[in-house]
Design a binder for this molecule. Structure first.
Ligand SMILES: [Zn+2]
Length: 728
């Protein structure tokens, strides 16, 4: 998942005065500012967005929240939870509304006119966040409530929110002296500009570079589903009658898996992994150097040795060292597995040579292609044999089935809800008792201006401290839209990704808390992937596959023996998957441990050296190379935090075994515990405690190693308890 918008700590603080909004305003009112109206507790007016309305709406909404905060500060009564923490939570509602729509545009409608607005607004939004954090009178009140929190009869959730506000303010620099605050503001504004530039460069490289194929013979090896998608992509880009491989993961991966033409595989591979690294106007390297320098300076101002130490302070891992310990425990067996995988692939290539083919040494652009051949040999499993059963719309029904059977959720279409693109559809979600929980927006297809990848976004957080506010969440993916009337077929990996993002959506939809800042996915970054990763497991259950993995030709369910072969092959290629991910996570951490305010890090040289020191197999490349690593350079979001996926996976692997121990994936008692302690709890409890409440003990690393088919390091380490550690 990804935060669509970078607003420092205020992203989670709700806010604006309805009183201000209700004051008479000259017409026409900027629709972005108005309270959301209509059914379902009001919906965002996405049919009335004009890009030119963003700057005045954001300016007004920022002013409104600053006025509300001024009122909190001027309150003559002594600080209490109600007149300070809850009042802050209540502030900024207009800003929340506008900035959420701004986020939707930033991530899915990022065209030229919007880019100019985004570039202009990014530093202003950063400055706004700093003005709140750096308000000394406000912080003094928060500190006073925090100091008294144990003795004034607060609920556990109120205590947690007080702790969180205090922690976030201190973390963002509320205790700095005047000079420190000034410099902090300058750094944050400059970073906001650099992050925006980074994303826009990446988007341009993904859009502007593509491979157009004119000769059908160049498609050799590609299954029909990939050919159809390539044909549709070419037509959409003005090359009707040809085929196009877009410079996105969804286009690149199937091409590298199936295309027989090795020189075309190499070309697609090089173009994709050179995004942001072409030494042209869209190159990201200089920006990265400056981001790293500024982040290091900011950490120093705040009293931390490095940006990594600062970022991990309030995570489950707590320190970079503990995150690195986990990564290194998995790295060595994963690299060893890659060497075995390469040997298997080389054997296939050598046999082809003996049969008259060219001599080939497995290169990075061969990995997916030969892995597929090994998969066929070893497991009698052709990925391509699965794809005709993976229809996007049927799998979406499988998501709903899973949510219903596990948690009793019912999805019904909500036609007429405004959307930014006609391909986006909306469903209403109710619980087993018929209570409205929220809306789920599904934005499945790639389009110009949409960031690549897949993510969940919350347009409105669930809360009830001022009356029931239902959530609004979205899932966003980049499938290539098929021709009209033709079902969209997706790969097994993409189907897994669909369940993953839906897990984030359920984390939002099942939220049952009082305060929006503690709601849904507003949890520690290395905990937030736990609900999404555990949901991936339900895709491969017979109950889901038999009902929803249906042949596009006959409608028959995927054959039982094919499912069994998929299961047997589940640990196949885990060396590749783990190493391409972990290389990124380790380089991310190393970059942010090495950076200092006084050094200019050359991203390519650093990456090369770090990978060499790690013993990176030459046949694998980082999943996101440094110049295209949006997780860590398009915001602070996952910076020094890409390890989070592995950390969370120790939880999800261990949690899945709770279902297995109880007798299966649908065990109602385990599902109820998962809902009560994880999916519904948001950030109302410490994540380590929440996990313990679910599992009855701390997690260990052994389940993770079993899941990936690596030998567990020791049985004893998995039962270590009391430290709050996910995996040390
Ligand atoms: Zn995720």
């Amino acid at each position: 998942m990804r935060n669509a918008l970078v607003l420092g700590i205020v992203v989670a603080i709700a806010g604006s005065s309805e009183a201000l909004m209700a004051a008479p305003e000259p017409t026409p009112v900027n629709p972005l500012l108005a309270p959301w109206t209509g059914p379902y507790g009001g919906v965002p007016p996405l049919d009335r967005v004009k890009v030119a309305d963003f700057p005045p709406a954001l300016e007004k909404a920022m002013d409104a929240q600053l006025a509300e905060i001024d009122a909190i500060v001027r309150n003559p009564e002594k600080p209490t939870f109600s007149n300070t923490i809850a009042a802050l939570e209540s502030s900024g509602k207009a800003f929340d509304r506008v900035s959420n729509i701004f986020g939707i545009y930033s991530s899915t409608m990022n065209l030229k006119d919007f880019q100019a607005v985004e570039t202009d607004m990014a530093p202003k939004l950063a400055a706004f966040g700093d003005r709140i954090v750096q308000n000394r009178e406000l912080f003094a009140r928060i500190e006073a409530v925090y100091a008294a929190r144990e003795s004034v009869g607060l609920t556990p959730e109120q205590k947690r929110l007080t702790w969180l506000d205090h922690t976030n303010f201190v973390h963002a620099g509320a205790k700095l002296d005047a000079a420190g605050m000034k410099r902090m503001g300058e750094i944050n504004q400059r970073l906001a500009t650099l992050f925006t530039k980074f994303s826009q460069n990446l988007l341009a490289d993904e859009h502007d570079h593509l491979l157009v194929i004119d000769r059908e013979s160049d498609l050799a090896g590609l299954p029909d589903s990939v050919r159809l998608a390539a044909s549709a992509a070419a037509e959409a880009r003005g090359h009707k009658g040809s085929w196009a491989v877009l410079n996105t993961r969804s286009s690149m991966e199937p091409f590298l898996t199936y295309a027989d033409r090795r020189e075309l595989r190499e070309k697609v591979w090089r173009t994709y992994y050179r995004r942001g690294d072409n030494d042209d106007a869209k190159d990201n390297k200089k920006g990265i150097t400056e981001i790293l320098r500024l982040r290091a300076e900011r950490a120093g101002l705040l009293g931390f040795p490095t940006h990594a130490h600062w970022r991990l302070e309030n995570t489950m891992a707590k320190t970079p060292e503990r995150a690195i310990d986990l990564m290194e425990a998995v790295w060595k067996p994963a690299v060893a597995r890659v060497h075995e995988e390469v040997a298997d692939m080389q054997a296939v290539a050598d046999r082809e040579t003996a049969a008259g083919g060219p001599r080939i040494t497995i290169a990075p652009w061969d990995y997916r292609y030969y892995a597929e051949k090994v998969r066929k040999e070893k497991y009698d499993l052709d990925q391509n044999a699965v794809t005709p059963y993976l229809q996007l719309e049927k799998l979406r029904e499988g998501l709903f089935y899973t949510a219903d059977r596990l948690f009793g959720l019912k999805f019904t279409p909500a036609p007429g809800v405004p959307v930014v693109d006609p391909d986006i559809r909306v469903w209403e979600v109710k619980d087993a008792g018929g209570k409205h929980l929220g809306l789920w927006y599904f934005d499945p297809y790639a389009r110009a201006g949409k960031q690549s990848g897949a993510w969940m976004n919350a347009y409105r957080n669930q809360s009830r401290f001022e009356g029931e506010i239902p959530t609004i969440v979205s899932n966003n993916t980049n499938f290539v839209k098929g021709k009209p009337g033709e079902p969209v077929l997706i790969s097994w990996d993409d189907a897994t990704g669909l369940f993953h993002e839906f897990g984030h959506a359920l984390h939002g939809l099942l939220s049952s808390v009082d305060y929006p800042s503690l709601s849904g996915t507003n949890v520690a970054r290395d905990y937030v992937e736990f609900p999404s990763q555990i949901l991936e497991h339900w895709l491969s259950t017979p109950e889901v596959l038999n009902r929803f993995a249906l042949s596009v030709r006959t409608g028959a369910p995927v054959p039982r023996e094919l499912v069994e072969r998929i299961e047997r092959a589940s640990k196949f290629n885990q060396g590749f998957a783990t190493v391409e991910y972990l290389a990124g996570a380790l380089v991310d951490m190393k970059l942010h441990l090495a950076a200092t305010p006084g050094t200019d890090i050359d991203p390519d040289a650093f990456e090369k050296k770090a990978l060499a020191e790690l013993g990176m197999p030459k046949e694998v490349v980082m999943r996101h190379r440094t110049p295209q690593f949006g997780h860590i350079f398009s915001s602070d979001g996952y910076s020094a935090g890409y390890y989070s996926y592995l950390w969370s996976d120790t939880l999800s692997a261990d949690a899945w075994e709770a279902f297995e121990e109880a007798g299966g994936p649908w065990d109602p008692a385990v599902a109820k515990k998962l809902r009560d302690h994880v999916f519904s709890a948001g950030n109302t409890v410490d994540p380590a405690e929440a996990y313990r409440a679910f599992r009855g003990r701390d997690p260990g690393i052994d389940a993770l190693m079993r899941k990936r088919g690596f030998a567990p390091p020791s049985a004893s380490r998995s039962r270590k308890s009391g430290s709050g550690a996910a995996a040390d």
